[in-house]
Design a protein around this ligand. Structure first.
Ligand SMILES: *[C@@H]1O[C@H](CO)[C@@H](O)[C@H](O)[C@H]1NC(C)=O
Ligand SMILES: *[C@@H]1O[C@H](CO)[C@@H](O)[C@H](O)[C@H]1NC(C)=O
Ligand SMILES: *[C@@H]1O[C@H](CO)[C@@H](O)[C@H](O)[C@H]1NC(C)=O
Ligand SMILES: *[C@@H]1O[C@H](CO)[C@@H](O)[C@H](O)[C@H]1NC(C)=O
Length: 337
């Protein structure tokens, strides 16, 4: 609906931009079009067999089929898909399926309807809906405050795994989780799923943190990291919890070199500008000395100092270099950082 309204709005804007005479003519034409074109006999039927299937941790597949009773015509058909939960989203497509990365612990529901793809005089079909129920479990038994961090280390080429990224997650026990609750953490990155092997425990021996020294995560990838924590207890059904992490948003080590390179580049630029500036100064002086207003060259020798403060390596070493300069140069003190 949103997309269609936008298109209509755009058409109106075009009409407004035109000269007033044209505006009247066009306005009339638009009204005529709107009155004449709707084909009330051609009805769009909703898609059939709409299903939502959890195909992986935090991943669903939405699928539907074109209605087999749909009257055939040369009108191109598309679908308007509306995701209602856990987060509203709305889009149009010509495909009959969609793969979606999403949290599932709150359940998932969506609707789809048939829409004319290019022809806006036709009415959309009615909606068909489907849902995945939220997983069962007693309220308050799921983990809370899940936080995860990744850490990228220098490659160890002797190991088979492609990336040396470690993952550390911590959480708090649900406030209504029984004392005998045990939690289990899984992560999914692309098609890899791994269960945690190294847990840290609270005083009641319940798992409250997990450490993966190595993962399949590519810290430079754009894919989401899905973390899923379920649990078991004799006293209650433990509600599972899942969360998605955007890897570029987790607080990472391999950002340091970039910052360092940036600082180095800034310093080099500053040095370069200073160098050019001092060269220009020298040339100007040479010019005035070459064509002096009153001839009479001086012959005194001046020293000048260049103080290099080596900040880049963080050492406090300071070098003082003195130069014996040719006649005619003034004392120049130059600080280079
Ligand atoms: C819808 O599903 C039913 C049962 O699975 C199947 O017999 C039918 O062929 C499907 N319809 C379409 C259009 O795929
Ligand atoms: C857990 O998260 C909730 C809100 O998400 C916050 O109010 C609470 O302070 C957090 N608890 C701890 C111990 O960090
Ligand atoms: C590389 O990884 C292997 C297997 O984990 C380990 O035995 C080896 O010590 C590591 N090498 C370095 C240089 O870290
Ligand atoms: C937790 O989830 C994993 C992966 O889906 C599953 O294999 C395991 O049986 C679940 N454990 C419990 C206690 O529900």
């Amino acid at each position: 609906m949103v997309i269609r309204n936008e298109r209509i709005n755009r058409r109106r804007q075009v009409v407004i931009i035109m000269a007033p005479e044209l505006l009247i003519l066009l306005g009339a034409a638009v009204i005529l079009q709107a009155d004449l074109l709707p084909d009330k006999k051609f009805l769009l039927l909703p898609p059939v067999n709409f299903t939502i299937k959890a195909v992986n941790l935090a991943q669903v597949l939405l699928r539907w089929e074109p209605n087999p009773d749909q009257e055939q015509s040369n009108i191109q058909l598309g679908y308007h898909v509306k995701i209602n939960a856990p987060q509203e989203e709305d889009y149009e497509t010509r495909n009959t399926e969609r793969n979606l990365i999403t949290i599932l612990h709150k359940g998932f529901s969506a609707s789809v309807r048939t829409v004319p793809w290019n022809d806006h005089s036709l009415q959309a079909s009615s909606w068909v809906s489907a849902e995945l129920k939220a997983p069962i479990g007693s309220p308050g038994t799921e983990i809370v405050n899940l936080t995860c961090t990744t850490n990228t280390k220098a490659d160890n080429y002797t190991h088979l795994r492609p990336y040396q990224v470690s993952l550390h997650c911590t959480w708090l026990v649900g406030k209504d989780a029984p004392d005998d609750t045990q939690y289990f953490l899984y992560y999914r990155y692309r098609s890899w799923i791994e269960e945690c092997q190294e847990y840290s425990k609270d005083v009641l021996q319940r798992n409250v943190a997990c450490w993966f020294p190595r993962t399949f995560i590519n810290s430079k990838g754009r894919d989401y990291l899905a973390v899923y924590v379920n649990g078991s207890s004799k006293g209650a059904a433990i509600k599972p919890f899942d969360q998605l992490f955007a890897l570029h948003a987790i607080g990472k080590d391999d950002q340091k070199p970039w910052t360092e390179w940036f600082l180095i580049a800034v310093m080099m630029t500053i040095c370069f500008i200073l160098l050019i500036f001092s060269l220009i100064c020298r040339i100007c002086h040479v010019w005035t000395k070459l064509f002096p207003p009153v001839p009479g060259p001086k012959s005194n020798i001046n020293d000048f100092f260049v103080i290099i403060n080596n900040e880049k390596t963080g050492s406090s070493e300071t070098e003082v270099i003195s130069y014996a300069e040719e006649a005619g140069f003034e004392t120049l003190e130059d600080s280079v950082f």
